[in-house]
Ligand binder design. Structure first.
Ligand SMILES: C[S@@+](CC[C@H](N)C(=O)[O-])C[C@H]1O[C@@H](n2cnc3c(N)ncnc32)[C@H](O)[C@@H]1O
Length: 232
């Protein structure tokens, strides 16, 4: 796309149409140029192209806050929530701790005043299969334990034995995000918190609108907040 002048919205749309048309012609050539490789997944490639054409206003910013295990009480995080989440909307939080943001809240630790005290994956399965909540939420909050060590610590506190698979945070994140994506309405917001900026990702149809780093000083890891919109 280098060297193409885009002066108006019409130029932009024309470029998009021409690029998709060119790709449609070149699929076979593309496969021929990649001998021994799996064929290009055309549907996925078109979806990614479509998303890459969406004009996105993406904000990056950084603030300081003292560390706090109540993530949503840190001022830069509370400000972010106030910016993107309407208190009047339906909000789900499978790892809520003491937070009162969600309309449907869960935490595995019964000490916290949540509506449900289930394992997050089990809770989300009930939301989808038992309680018919698919596509019902305007916002999903995703603030899980940030590392295998934190998962093990949460289980230790509630007296639950940890199996090897329990402490694989990548597996937990994937299983929750797949289910939360189904629970979220189109155009709804997913807010993720943790030590990386992966978020729900383009593969699930999300586009990033805002990344906020919350720096905690000294040698602490930042809390990385990612706000994404479900674009399809
Ligand atoms: C980072 S904290 C959430 C903090 C919360 N957002 C706040 O602002 O107070 C993660 C929470 O997840 C809970 N948790 C850990 N493993 C879980 C699991 N498998 N299912 C549900 N909750 C879990 C922990 O008990 C902990 O309260």
């Amino acid at each position: 796309m280098n060297g193409v002048m885009i002066e108006s919205k019409i130029d932009f749309i024309n470029l998009k149409v021409r690029t998709i048309a060119a790709l449609e012609e070149w699929w076979d050539e593309l496969d021929a140029h990649r001998p021994g490789q799996p064929k290009v997944d055309r549907e996925r490639a078109l979806e990614e192209l479509e998303l890459s054409f969406m004009p996105t206003k993406r904000i990056f910013d950084r603030f300081f806050s003292m560390p706090n295990s109540h993530t949503f009480q840190m001022k830069p995080v509370a400000d972010l929530l106030n910016q993107y989440v309407s208190r009047l909307s339906c909000i789900i939080d499978p790892f809520a701790r003491d937070s009162k943001w969600a309309t449907v809240s869960n935490d595995i630790n019964p000490e916290f005043c949540c509506q449900y005290q289930l394992d997050a994956v089990e809770f989300l399965d009930h939301c989808l299969n038992g309680w018919g909540m698919e596509g019902k939420f305007e916002t999903v909050l995703f603030d899980p334990p940030y590392s295998p060590r934190q998962i093990a610590e949460c289980y230790r506190v509630i007296g639950r034995k940890t199996k090897m698979t329990d402490t694989q945070n990548a597996r937990l994140y994937k299983e929750c995000r797949d289910r939360l994506t189904r629970l979220l309405k189109p155009n709804g917001y997913a807010l993720s918190f943790g030590w990386n900026s992966m978020g729900f990702g383009i593969g699930r149809g999300f586009e990033v609108e805002h990344v906020r780093l919350v720096n905690h000083g000294a040698a602490h890891n930042d809390t990385i907040c990612v706000v994404e919109r479900k674009a399809r």
